[in-house]
Every structure is written in structure tokens, then in C-alpha cells.
Design a protein around this ligand. Structure first.
Ligand code: BJW
Ligand code: ZN
Length: 324
């Protein structure tokens, strides 16, 4: 089995024996899933959600990524997402994004299910028909009124409205306006539920040109259904065959459902699982079986190495954002 991470590595990135057995399996695989999470974009400079350095150490995740939070304080939630949009626009896709995009061009039966909303896979040129964005995109905006179907795709305005301009320190450094530290530095005891965090006037938030209601980020919050078209595309792909050869679980804690459930679905169809993660403890709920692989380390380094036999070296790295 290939799950022991501390074995000697010949190429300095992954143990040679595991690399070879993985590459051998990848070469003969015709039905492959990649399940991506925030760790794929970590080396681009975007924080993950959970674990060391995770952004939700400085935010209460469930406080901000829910429809209830938006209803209670749309200004605070918009500040959080406007800042996330800004961060994503100011980083670049990394070799893992490019390697996945290239594998998608090379392998017909390869589908990527990404939980990431940062736009980096599309910017790396990942073919859209084989990239399924489970949790939407920071750059889609939609009406918050259930009955109004207004949607904007590819809105890259930064800040999205002037009222959401990112504050700077006296030294000119941009600061996350919604981090606990910043809120606390305003002399507010944010642990006290009776203390109200200042709200941005809703009149200055993004508004719907159709119904004049509030627009909201086009991401999937806790308790919300995943996009119907995305789910049905995945279902169609799953139903195309009784077998799946491989699922790669890359840079995700695999704790959020239904995304995490695809690992067991793939196993049920015979898939071997390859986990690529910085943290040995972050394995899917079903664990790592004897025929699986665990590659410990940075996805941006490991993924191109794993795919090298299929895609060659990643050399050119065009960013679709440069031509916008
Ligand atoms: C590196 C690295 C490097 C770092 N290299 N690795 C079944 C069981 C239990 C609960 C549920 C269930 N089904 C549904 C639920 C409820 C809920 C849920 O899953 N809760 C869990 C917390 C238990 N799910 C939902 O609510 C979903 N909706 C739903 O099921 O609807 C059903 C419904 C039916 C009918 C009517 C209505 C509804 C929706 C889930 C939406 C999740 N949304 C978020 C926010 C998106 C917007 C935003 O970005 O703000 O999506 S939550 C957040 O978590 C975000 C992420 O996509 C998602 C996953 O996180 P991810 O990507 O795994 O990040 P991390 O930080 O957790 O992990 C990073 C990993 O990278 C770590 O392992 C690091 O070690 C690693 N790493 N650097 C390699 N360089
Ligand atoms: Zn509307």
C-alpha cells in the first residue's frame, strides 16, 4: 500500500515507488474524478478555510457563509466576499491548476469537481465542459430574492461597489475588514452578542437592476442546494458507466457534503483513491485503503509530478485574467 507519507522520496517530492504505481494506474484509467478543495489554491496565496492558517480561524465560517448571516447583516457578508474577490483577483493560478487543466485536455473521461469559488481553474484554461464548480463562483452575482432570477456571470469589478472599498492601515496595507482582529481593533467586544458591529447602509450594496432588491454572491452557502445544472451534469457522468478507475482528492479536508460524498460514490464503482494533502490527518471519512495513495505535501508541486507522464512538464502558464 502507498499510504505511508514518510518514505524516502527519490525526486524530493513523492516516494518513487508510490509515484510509479500511481502513474501506472493513471495511464490505464479511463474514468477519473478529481475532487478539489481550497488547498489547491493555497500556494497561489489564498487561505484555506480550516486547519493551520485557515481563514476561518479569523472568521466564524458558519456566521458568514449562510443565508441567515446575509439576511441579518448583508453589509458584513458583502465585505467578506468583496475582500475574497479582491484577494482572488490579485493572485495567479499555480502549477496544480495548469496540470489539472492539461490532463483534462489529454484524458477524455476525466471530470474535475471543484469546491473552489476563486476562479483560478477557469483562469488556468481548464476546459469548462469537464470542470464542475460545486460551490459556485465569487465572480457570479445573483439576486437575493428567491423569486427574482437575475444573475450576472463574470463580474470582476473590484471593489464591486465603492462602499466596499477595502480599508487600509496608516501604512497603506489592505486589511480584511471582517477579520476578528480588525473588528476587535475598533474597540468592539465582538464576543459579546449585545455589541453590534457597524453595518454598511444597504442602499450602498450591490443592487438588482431587475427588482431593486439586494444582489448576493453566487456561491453556495451552508444549507443551500448545489447548482442544479452542475449536479445533473455530474449525475449524467456518473451514470455513463458502472466503473470509475480513480478519484484524486486534492487539497480538501473532505468534510463538507455533498462534495465529500463523491469519494464513497467513486469507491463503490471500484475507484482507487489518491489523496494529495499537506496534512496527513485530512483523509476522507472512509480513510485510506491499502490500494490507495496518500501523497503528503503541496498540491502545486505534487500534482504536476504525478501527471508528468501524461502531460509532460508544465512550462507555459497563461492566465485568462491577463486578456480581460
Ligand atoms: C493543502 C495545501 C496545499 C492546505 N496543498 N493541500 C451530510 C452529512 C453531514 C452534513 C451534511 C450532509 N449533507 C449536507 C450537510 C450539511 C452541510 C455540510 O456538509 N456540513 C458539514 C460542515 C458537515 N452541507 C451543505 O449545507 C451543502 N448543502 C446541502 O447539502 O444542501 C442540501 C439541500 C437539500 C435540499 C434543500 C436545500 C439544501 C452546501 C455546502 C456549501 C459549502 N459552502 C462553502 C462556502 C462557499 C462560499 C465561500 O467560499 O465562502 O464552501 S463552506 C467551505 O467548505 C467552502 C469550501 O468549498 C468547502 C470545503 O472546504 P475545503 O475546500 O475542503 O477547504 P478546507 O479548508 O476545509 O481544507 C483545505 C485542505 O487543504 C486541508 O485539508 C489542508 O490540509 C489542505 N491544504 N494547503 C495540499 N498547499
Ligand atoms: Zn432581483
Amino acid at each position: 500500500m502507498a499510504s505511508t507519507a514518510a518514505r524516502p522520496s527519490v525526486n524530493g517530492i513523492v516516494p518513487q515507488k508510490d509515484l510509479e504505481s500511481f502513474q501506472f494506474h493513471l495511464a490505464k484509467s479511463t474514468r477519473i474524478i478529481a475532487l478539489l478543495g481550497a488547498g489547491v489554491s493555497a500556494s497561489s496565496g489564498l487561505p484555506t478555510f480550516r486547519g493551520a492558517g485557515g481563514m476561518w480561524r479569523t472568521h466564524e465560517a458558519t456566521d458568514l457563509a449562510t443565508p441567515e448571516a446575509f439576511a441579518a447583516d448583508p453589509g458584513l457578508v458583502w465585505q467578506f466576499y468583496n475582500y475574497r474577490r479582491h484577494m482572488a483577483l490579485n493572485v495567479k493560478p499555480n502549477p496544480a491548476h495548469y496540470a489539472l487543466a492539461e490532463l483534462a485536455r489529454k484524458k477524455q473521461g476525466f471530470i474535475t469537481l471543484s469546491q473552489n469559488v476563486d476562479g483560478l481553474s477557469p483562469r488556468a484554461g481548464h476546459p469548462s465542459q469537464s470542470l464542475k464548480l460545486l460551490h459556485g463562483s465569487l465572480f457570479d452575482v445573483k439576486c437575493s430574492d428567491f423569486f427574482c432570477k437575475y444573475t450576472q456571470i463574470d463580474n470582476y469589478t473590484d471593489p464591486i461597489v465603492p462602499a466596499l472599498t477595502i480599508p487600509t492601515t496608516a501604512d497603506g496595507d489592505e486589511v480584511d475588514p471582517t477579520s476578528k482582529a480588525i473588528l476587535a481593533s475598533k474597540d468592539l467586544d465582538i464576543s459579546d452578542v449585545n455589541v453590534k458591529i457597524p453595518e454598511i447602509d444597504t442602499a450602498h450594496l450591490p443592487s438588482c437592476p431587475s427588482c431593486k432588491g439586494l444582489l448576493r454572491p453566487g456561491v453556495v452557502w451552508f444549507g443551500e442546494r448545489l447548482p442544479g445544472d452542475v449536479m445533473s451534469d455530474i449525475e449524467t457522468w456518473l451514470d455513463e458507466s458502472e466503473t470509475i478507475d480513480l478519484i484524486m482528492v486534492i487539497g480538501t479536508s473532505a468534510k463538507v457534503y455533498p462534495a465529500a460524498g463523491y469519494v464513497d460514490m467513486a469507491r463503490e464503482k471500484g475507484a482507487r483513491v489518491a489523496v494529495i494533502n499537506m496534512d496527513k490527518k485530512d483523509v476522507p471519512a472512509s480513510g485510506v485503503y491499502s490500494q490507495d495513495w496518500f501523497f503528503e505535501g503541496d498540491a502545486a508541486k505534487i500534482v504536476p509530478e504525478l501527471f508528468k507522464n501524461e502531460i509532460g512538464e508544465i512550462t507555459e502558464m497563461p492566465d485568462a485574467a491577463d486578456s480581460r
